[in-house]
Design a protein around this ligand. Structure first.
Ligand SMILES: [Zn+2]
Length: 144
């Protein structure tokens, strides 16, 4: 599944900037975070310091999607917020879901769909968490 994600997003160029970086210090800070390599993004701790993905443009989302897929599958550390709920939050139709769906190619959409199906079948803890389960159940039809 991750190999399919990697292949689908392999050709996405790294944008020069990921956010509207001159807008304010928060946008600049999130741009700096997103300038990291995919590996460093996966290794980074997500703490309550704003959500860089809220500020990230569509090209940045496509570039970092392989990292996002790994974050969604990773068990969060005790001192950080669960990330898979965060990704599912963004993939909602009334959040970034529709824009991302329109931006992504058919093979990229299929990779997102497989990630969502994989989460549903292999992550029972998502089903225990009402908000995350609701996000997953709302995201799957959009991406199907
Ligand atoms: Zn700003």
């Amino acid at each position: 599944m991750l190999a399919q994600v990697d292949a689908a997003f392999a050709g996405c160029p790294k944008p020069e900037h990921f956010t509207n970086h001159t807008h304010c210090s928060e946008c600049a800070r999130h741009d700096e975070f997103l300038q990291q390599t995919r590996e460093d993004i996966v290794a980074a701790r997500f703490i309550a310091n704003g959500d860089p993905w809220c500020f990230c443009g569509l090209e940045g989302w496509a570039y970092h999607f392989p990292a996002l897929a790994r974050l969604a599958l990773r068990k969060p550390r005790d001192d950080e917020d669960p990330f898979n709920g965060n990704l599912l939050f963004h993939l909602q139709p009334d959040r970034r879901g529709r824009d991302l769906l329109n931006h992504f190619s058919p093979s990229q959409r299929q990779a997102v769909r497989r990630l969502l199906q994989h989460l549903q079948s292999t992550r029972p803890e998502l089903v225990e968490d009402g908000f995350t389960r609701q996000d997953l159940e709302r995201a799957i039809p959009l991406w199907s």
